[in-house]
Every structure is written in structure tokens, then in C-alpha cells.
Design a protein around this ligand. Structure first.
Ligand SMILES: *[C@@H]1O[C@H](CO)[C@@H](O)[C@H](O)[C@H]1NC(C)=O
Ligand SMILES: *[C@@H]1O[C@H](CO)[C@@H](O)[C@H](O)[C@H]1NC(C)=O
Ligand SMILES: *[C@@H]1O[C@H](CO)[C@@H](O)[C@H](O)[C@H]1NC(C)=O
Ligand SMILES: *[C@@H]1O[C@H](CO)[C@@H](O)[C@H](O)[C@H]1NC(C)=O
Ligand SMILES: *[C@@H]1O[C@H](CO)[C@@H](O)[C@H](O)[C@H]1NC(C)=O
Ligand SMILES: *[C@@H]1O[C@H](CO)[C@@H](O)[C@H](O)[C@H]1NC(C)=O
Ligand SMILES: *[C@@H]1O[C@H](CO)[C@@H](O)[C@H](O)[C@H]1NC(C)=O
Ligand SMILES: *[C@@H]1O[C@H](CO)[C@@H](O)[C@H](O)[C@H]1NC(C)=O
Length: 822
């Protein structure tokens, strides 16, 4: 029972085209047909009996599907391994039909590759060996096939198919496998159940119309497309395409090609430019015609291929363009060759000249496509020499006999002012076309070489040559130097320079002078009082420098400062003294060194101190400050019994002082009442005196005596006269008379009469000869009065000599001074 339920090895068996499986009776005794299952490929054999081939097939078709169709070695090996040995072996499903070994199941011919014949087989030894057996477990060539007569009885080797009628979507062969099947799809299909259809490329015909039918899908297997063309076109290629199993179309996509016209050719000497819309010289083609350069088109310029396959218009032609007819030049010849016609396109003409003349213009002319010649007709002209040019800075005067700078031309040369000609002055054009001599040149006249000035620079511009005509040199000087002479010089045509040789001279500053009372010490670097000069200044004794001590002359021609001056050293300003005058002479400056001042005083004043003072170099004055003091008069004499009242203007008893005099009561002033101290130091007037006032003279009374005491003079003020009478007589009247200030006696003089009183006489006698110290004595009234008078006179005197300050006098005199004055 090993044959049943064989699991893995694969066997194949082709089904009939419909893939129908037949179920037979499992006559295999042991075969409980355990593994015989629908949908699974299994092998079976008839183990009860042997059958001829047809019976065997019938058996297989009855109980199983069919006889085994063996197709690969693994299957054979499997069968050899699993089937039991049987002496007559087993029938398989191959049979000769119509002379061809055919798989009976599929009715397909046995292919060469599938053949598995034993060696020497099939030999058809006894003829009619039309059926095939397989050796199982044979000694030799086990698993190989052998052809045998069909009537022989052998075991039937069957298979049970797994394939079903609708397996493989009916689009392929269902191939049995062990326990299963696989689909071998028909061409055009694929996929496990052949459910997929082969696709061809989608057709997109150009120009052609297409009508397709798609039985299995757009542009898929068995899709067919029919093609057609538009008017004026005819189809090239198949009318119909079918999508094949190979994913290709049965033919190339047909194209619609335009109907053709006869091929056109370009005209002689012309060109054709065709545009072929649909095909070469076919319907829609347009041909434009043109001619080669130099040719003109005659006929249709353009032709078109019509639907009828004919061209419009006529065939065009190209004809050569003509040029104007040429003639031989004067004094020359012309030879022409005409290629396409007389004086027509590409005709050439060669020109030549007679001896002595040369052709001007082209030697050869050709008629061009434009209908014109390549150049103007040439002429024969005299041989030319190179054109001469006038030399630089010169002129040329040419005369041309035959032509411009041609044979016979002569040129004379001259130069501009300032230039001189070198070379020939005249040249001539020779027959050979060359000039006699060399080209002359105009060379600038040279001037002497200039040099730059000391302390200066020179900047030359040389127009035509070093220090030559037209050269200009500008001169400049270093800072502090001024150019003397020409600032710029130019080289003239007369070989000399304009202007003068320039020099650089130091810029001068104003000449400085020694300052008055001073000195100047200058050092001159480049010249007297010029740039770089320095001057030092100093002053004489008594003078001091004001301004800069040192000056320098700078480039601008000025000094660094104003010139200094020596100024006298100043002394303090003096003032005239009070009551005086000052007379100064200032030698240099007001109250400065050299000034002298004289001093004087007004009348009445006298100078004390220096009469004259001089300002010294030290700035101080000689001498002392002078003063004016009033002149003194001698002390004024005060009259006795008088007094003076003085007023002082300038000082005690000095010039201007005045004194007024007065006398005591009882005295009369004689002399000047007032005196003034004059400028001469003397007093005006005379010394005044006070004279006692006189009273009338008294005479002694008769019989009496007169005794007078005269204080100031006989019978003058204060004189007292005492009268006395002789004994026996009595005085009658006042005893004592006193001369009063009025010049009168206090009483009348008495007279002496008889009688008298002794006591009073004694008293009077006593008092007259004693001192005043007897104060304690009680005196009679008269005596006391006399004493009191004397005392009071002394006081009065004092008062006069010590006047009060009513007069505004500058000073007061003390008693002592008064005493001194006296
Ligand atoms: C067939 O089977 C026999 C016996 O089992 C063995 O000897 C022989 O080699 C087999 N042949 C093949 C081709 O497998
Ligand atoms: C395509 O062919 C079918 C069948 O031949 C026809 O009926 C149909 O009119 C055709 N279509 C065209 C556009 O030619
Ligand atoms: C494909 O078309 C051909 C005819 O053109 C026909 O014979 C054939 O049966 C078709 N095949 C299928 C699978 O339709
Ligand atoms: C031909 O004609 C086409 C269209 O006018 C133009 O573009 C092309 O240059 C021409 N070719 C020649 C060779 O003249
Ligand atoms: C040139 O030369 C001719 C002949 O020598 C003379 O007559 C003429 O004046 C000259 N011209 C000038 C511009 O010098
Ligand atoms: C010389 O002169 C020219 C023209 O004036 C000026 O351009 C140039 O700078 C000058 N050269 C010197 C060195 O001064
Ligand atoms: C230059 O030379 C000419 C001729 O010799 C003379 O007349 C003229 O004065 C000179 N000029 C100067 C600036 O020397
Ligand atoms: C002037 O100054 C120079 C240099 O300072 C000095 O040598 C010379 O003695 C001075 N001369 C006088 C006269 O002072």
C-alpha cells in the first residue's frame, strides 16, 4: 500500500484539454485508498490482474483518472522506488497514434526532451508495438520505457488527478503535482490560476485611425486593432494587429504614409529646398526653388505635391545674371573670359597697362551675382611713389605732374620757425616708384643747457628735445629765497633763451638800525638783513630793551617781531613842592634816566632839600625831596606896656605873618600899629612904642611941697604926687593926686592952709617905705586901694603878652617863648 498517499514527490500528468478527471474503481486490494482524495494527485496500480493497454486505460479511467503520463525523472524514480516489481511491468499513457508517440491524455505528441526510452527502444521489434510500458525495479534500465504490443497484459499504472474542469480558469493546462496541481497557463495568460492576462503595449498610432476590440482587456492578449488612413495617405504595414501571448503585437504598428509625387530635382545652378510634411516628395511636400548665386530663377518658385500625386506649377530654370559691358581702359588692354554668357555672372576680365603706367584698381574683374563687377573698371595711371608726409614741424610743397605722388612729382621741404632741416630739401618721384634721397627731418634748434640756480630749482619741459626750441624752464627758489631774473625762460628760434639768468636771492627784510642808546649785533647768513639773518639787541646803561631781544628774518621777508627799542629806565614821577615850582628837562623820557628837575619856591619861601635832582640809571633820583618853607622874620618886638596880636599864615613869624600892636590902658601907641613879615624876612613899619599918657604938670603948692613918684615918666599915667604942707599948714584938698589914663589927675591939687592932723601923717609916712609883706597890717582904705592896683597891673601885663587865638595864628606863645622873644 505504499503507493497510496505518496506525499511529496512530484509527478505530472497532462489532463485533457478540458482538464476533466475521471474517477476509477480502486481495485487495489490493500489499497484502502487511504490517501485517495479529491484534488490530490495520487498513483494507483491494478494489483489483481493484468490488462492489455486498452483494458488498463479503461480500468484507470474507470476508477481513477487515466494512465500515468510520465514526464520527469523524479516521477520515474519515485515510481521505481515505490511500486512493486512485476514481471510484465506496467502500462503508461503513451501510445503511437498515426505513427506518432502521443500522450493519450492530452493527445499531444511526445516531445524529444520528454522521451525516456530504454536503450535500443523503441525498437518495434515485432511490429505493432504501439503501446508503452515502464520498467519498474528491473535489473537494468529501471524506470525506462519500452514499446510493447498493446494486446499484452500488464498492470495498469493509473493516476488520480487533482485538477478540476474549471481549474486554471480554463486558461491553461492543469498540471498534477503530488497531492496538488499547478497551472501551466496557455499563452497569453499567467498567474497561479491563470487569472492574469498578458498585456501588450498600448497602441498609439500616429496619423492612422485605429479600431480595436479587447476581449480580455485593453490592449491585452487577443486584443485586435484595425487601422485606416486619411485622404492623401496610404497604409504601410498590417491592416490588423493582434496582441500575442508574447506580449507583442502580431506586427509592427502600421503607419499611414502620404501618397508620393515624382521625385523633383534641383534645377541646374539652382537649389531646391523641400519641406516634407508627411514624407519625402509625398502628399504635403513643398519645394521651393532658388538659384545659385549669380543666377536668376525662371518658372515656378515653389511647387507642392497634391493628393493626386502630381506637382503644382512648372519646373523652374536658373539663368546667369548679366553685368554691364566693359571697355578697354585708356592706355591699357582688356581680356575677358565668359563662362555663362557675355559679361554675365562669373565672366572675368583681366586688365593691363602700357609700359610706364600702372593699373589702378583691380587687375582682374569678375561679374558678381549682384550684376555688378567686383570693382570699378581700372585705369592706367602713372607709377606712384609712396605718399610723402610733411616732416614733423615742417612743411612740404609738392607739384604733381601726372598724379598724386606719381612719377614726375617733386616735393620741397621746409621747416617751421625754430626747426632746421636735415637731409635733402627736395625729393623727386622716379620711374621706379621711389623717391630720390631720404626723408628730411626738422630738428629743433638747440639752446645752451641751463642749470638750476643756487638755492633754487629748475623745472623744464622739453617739447621737442632737451633744451631745444620750445623747451621752457621754470625756475623757483627755496623757501626764503626770491627769484631775481626771469621766472621762466624759453628756448627761442635764435638759439638763445628768453629772459635773464635767474638767481635766488635771500628774501630781504627791512634794514634794521641800532636802537637809540642801544646796540645791534647782526649775523647775516645769506645777505645783509636777508632771510636767515639774526640780530641781537642790547641797550646802554640806563636803558632797558622793550620788545624782542633777538629778531630773525623769516622767509616772508619780515622780522619775527618789531624792532625793539631802548627806553630810558624810568624814575618815580616827581611833583612840584608846595609853594614851589619844578622845572624838569627830560632828556629821554618823562621822569626817566637823564631827566633832571630843578626846584624853586615862590617869593617868601625858601627851598630846603635838593635844588636839583637827576634820574639815575638805577631809576632813582639824586638828592632829597625839596620843600618850600616860608621865610622867617625876626621875632617881633613888643612894646613895653603894650601887646601884639599876631596871625600866622605859613608859620610863626614867617612870611605873611602879621602882627597888630596895642598898648595898655594909660599908654598911647607910637609907631606902626601893624607890621607884616615880608619876603625879605623883615617886618614892615617901625617898632611901635607905648608912651604913658601925660597929665598936666603939677607944681608944689605954696607953703607946701610936692613929692611925685613917676612910674612911667614925669606926670604921666600912674604918676602920683603927694602933696604936703609945711608945718603949720594944713593941706586943703587931696593929699595925693594920681594921673589917670584919661590924662587927667584924679583930683585937683590941694592948697596948704594952717592947721593939720598928726596921726594920719604918721601912717602915711610908714606905708611909703615898707614892703607889701606887711599884709597883715590893717590898712586904711586908701592904702589898700593902691596895693590892689599894683597887683592888678601885673596881671594886666601878662594878659597883653599872651593873646588869645582869635587871630588864627598858627601857634601860641607861651610865657617862656614870650620871654625868649624878649
Ligand atoms: C529501481 O528499483 C530497483 C530495486 O529497488 C533498483 O535496484 C534500481 O536501481 C531502481 N532504478 C532506478 C532507475 O531507480
Ligand atoms: C469598429 O469596428 C466595429 C466592428 O467591425 C464597427 O461596428 C465599428 O463601427 C467600428 N468603429 C469604427 C470607429 O470604425
Ligand atoms: C484568440 O483568437 C483566435 C483568433 O484570432 C482564436 O482562435 C482563439 O481561440 C482565441 N483564443 C482565446 C483564448 O480566446
Ligand atoms: C529651407 O526652407 C526652410 C523653411 O523656409 C528654411 O528654414 C531652411 O533654412 C531652408 N533650407 C535651405 C537649405 O535653404
Ligand atoms: C610751392 O611751390 C611752387 C613752385 O615752386 C610755388 O609757386 C608755390 O607758391 C609754393 N607753395 C607754397 C605754399 O609754398
Ligand atoms: C614741472 O612742471 C610741470 C608742468 O607745470 C608740473 O606738472 C610738474 O609737477 C613740475 N615738476 C616739479 C618737480 O615741480
Ligand atoms: C638772441 O639772439 C638774437 C640774435 O643773436 C639777438 O638779437 C637777441 O637779442 C638775443 N636775445 C637774447 C635774449 O639774448
Ligand atoms: C656778535 O655776536 C657774535 C655771536 O654771538 C659774537 O661772537 C660777537 O662777539 C658779537 N659782536 C659784538 C660786537 O658784540
Amino acid at each position: 500500500g505504499a503507493a497510496a498517499g505518496l506525499p511529496s514527490a512530484e509527478r505530472t500528468r497532462a489532463l485533457g484539454s478540458r482538464g476533466i478527471c475521471y474517477l476509477g474503481i480502486a481495485a487495489i486490494a490493500w489499497g484502502t485508498v487511504t490517501r485517495v482524495e479529491v484534488g490530490a494527485w495520487t498513483y494507483h496500480y491494478s494489483d489483481r490482474g493484468d490488462y492489455n493497454w486498452d483494458q488498463a486505460r479503461n480500468y484507470c479511467q474507470t476508477f481513477f483518472t487515466d494512465l500515468v503520463a510520465i514526464q520527469n525523472k523524479q516521477e520515474i524514480e519515485y515510481l521505481n522506488n515505490t511500486l512493486p516489481f512485476h514481471g510484465r511491468y506496467y502500462w503508461i499513457g503513451i501510445r503511437k497514434l498515426g505513427g506518432t508517440w502521443t500522450w493519450v491524455g492530452t493527445k499531444k505528441a511526445l516531445t524529444k526532451e520528454a522521451e525516456n526510452w530504454a536503450s535500443g527502444e523503441p525498437n518495434n521489434r515485432r511490429s505493432n508495438q504501439d503501446c508503452v510500458e515502464i520498467y519498474i525495479k528491473r535489473k537494468h534500465e529501471s524506470g525506462k520505457w519500452n514499446d510493447e504490443p498493446c494486446k499484452l497484459k500488464k498492470k495498469a499504472l493509473c493516476y488520480q488527478a487533482s485538477c478540476q474542469p474549471f481549474s486554471c480558469s480554463q486558461r491553461g493546462e492543469c498540471v498534477e503535482t503530488i497531492g496538488s496541481y499547478r497551472c501551466e497557463c496557455y499563452p497569453g495568460f499567467h498567474g497561479p490560476e491563470c487569472e492574469d492576462v498578458v498585456k501588450c503595449t498600448e497602441l498609439q498610432p500616429e496619423g492612422a485611425r485605429m479600431n480595436c476590440s479587447h476581449p480580455y482587456g485593453d490592449f491585452s492578449y487577443n486584443s485586435t486593432c484595425v487601422f485606416g488612413c486619411q485622404e492623401g495617405f496610404e497604409r504601410r504595414g498590417a491592416n490588423m494587429l493582434q496582441c500575442l501571448a508574447s506580449q507583442k503585437w502580431s506586427a509592427d504598428t502600421p503607419t499611414c504614409t502620404a501618397i508620393t509625387c515624382p521625385v523633383l530635382r534641383e534645377p541646374d545652378r539652382g537649389q531646391m529646398n523641400c519641406s516634407h510634411l508627411h514624407g519625402v516628395f509625398a502628399f504635403g511636400s513643398m519645394c521651393a526653388f532658388s538659384c545659385q548665386t549669380g543666377f536668376a530663377l525662371k518658372g515656378s518658385e515653389s511647387r507642392e505635391c497634391t493628393t493626386t500625386g502630381a506637382w503644382t506649377g512648372d519646373a523652374p530654370q536658373c539663368e546667369a545674371i548679366t553685368c554691364p559691358v566693359l571697355r578697354e581702359p585708356d592706355r591699357g588692354e582688356m581680356k575677358c573670359s565668359h563662362l555663362h554668357g557675355d559679361f554675365a555672372f562669373s565672366s572675368t576680365c583681366a586688365f593691363s597697362c602700357q609700359a610706364g603706367f600702372v593699373l589702378t584698381g583691380s587687375e582682374n574683374l569678375e561679374c558678381m551675382a549682384t550684376g555688378t563687377w567686383t570693382a570699378d573698371a581700372p585705369q592706367c595711371e602713372a607709377v606712384t611713389c609712396p605718399v610723402l608726409r610733411e616732416p614733423d614741424w615742417g612743411k612740404m610743397n609738392c607739384s604733381h605732374l601726372h598724379g598724386h605722388f606719381a612719377f614726375g612729382s617733386t616735393c620741397a621741404f621746409s621747416c617751421q620757425t625754430g626747426f632746421v632741416l636735415t637731409g635733402l630739401g627736395s625729393r623727386e618721384c622716379t620711374v621706379t616708384g621711389t623717391w630720390t634721397g631720404d626723408a628730411p627731418r626738422c630738428e629743433a634748434i638747440t639752446c645752451p643747457v641751463l642749470r638750476e640756480p643756487d638755492r633754487g630749482k629748475m623745472n623744464c619741459s622739453h617739447l621737442y628735445g632737451d633744451f631745444a626750441f620750445g623747451s621752457t624752464c621754470a625756475f623757483s627758489c627755496q623757501t626764503g629765497f626770491a627769484l631775481m631774473g626771469s621766472e621762466s625762460r624759453e628756448c627761442t628760434a635764435t638759439r638763445n633763451w628768453t629772459g635773464d639768468v635767474p638767481r635766488c636771492e635771500a628774501t630781504t627784510c627791512p634794514v634794521l638800525k641800532e636802537p637809540d642808546w642801544g646796540k645791534m649785533n647782526c649775523s647775516h647768513l645769506h645777505g645783509d638783513f636777508a632771510f636767515g639773518s639774526t640780530c641781537a639787541f642790547s641797550c646802554q646803561t640806563g636803558f632797558v630793551l622793550t620788545g624782542s631781544e633777538n629778531l630773525e628774518c623769516v622767509a616772508t621777508g619780515t622780522w619775527t617781531a618789531d624792532a625793539p627799542q631802548c627806553e630810558a629806565i624810568p624814575c618815580p614821577v616827581l611833583r612840584e613842592p608846595d609853594q614851589g615850582e619844578m622845572n624838569c628837562s627830560h632828556l629821554h623820557r618823562h621822569f626817566a634816566f637823564g631827566s633832571t628837575c630843578g626846584f624853586s619856591c615862590q617869593a617868601g619861601f625858601v627851598l630846603t632839600g635838593s635844588e636839583s635832582r637827576a634820574c639815575t640809571a638805577m631809576g632813582i633820583w639824586t638828592g632829597d625831596t625839596p620843600r618850600c618853607e616860608a621865610i622867617k622874620c625876626p621875632a617881633v618886638a613888643i612894646p613895653k606896656m603894650g601887646q601884639a596880636a599876631c596871625s600866622h599864615f605859613h608859620g610863626d613869624f614867617t612870611f605873611g605873618s602879621t602882627c597888630a600892636f596895642s598898648c595898655q590902658t594909660g599908654f598911647l601907641l607910637t609907631g606902626s600899629e601893624s607890621r607884616e613879615c615880608t619876603a625879605t624876612g623883615t617886618w614892615t613899619g617901625n617898632t611901635p612904642q607905648c608912651r604913658a599918657i601925660s597929665c598936666p604938670g603939677l607944681d608944689p603948692p605954696s607953703r607946701g611941697q610936692l613929692s611925685c613918684s613917676h612910674a612911667y615918666g614925669n606926670f604921666t599915667y600912674n604918676s602920683t604926687c603927694t602933696f604936703s604942707c609945711e608945718e603949720g599948714f594944713v593941706r586943703m584938698g587931696a593929699e595925693v593926686l594920681w594921673c589917670a589914663a584919661t590924662g587927667n589927675w584924679t583930683r585937683h591939687p590941694p592948697v596948704c592952709a594952717e592947721d593939720g592932723a598928726p596921726f594920719l601923717k604918721q601912717v602915711l609916712a610908714y606905708s611909703s617905705g615898707t614892703a607889701l609883706g606887711l599884709a597883715g597890717v590893717v590898712l586904711s582904705g586908701t592904702l589898700i586901694a593902691i596895693l590892689a592896683k599894683r597887683l592888678s597891673d601885673r596881671d594886666e601885663k601878662k594878659k597883653l603878652l599872651n593873646p588869645t587865638s582869635d587871630l588864627g595864628s598858627p601857634g601860641t606863645f607861651t610865657n617862656a617863648a614870650y620871654d625868649a622873644n624878649l
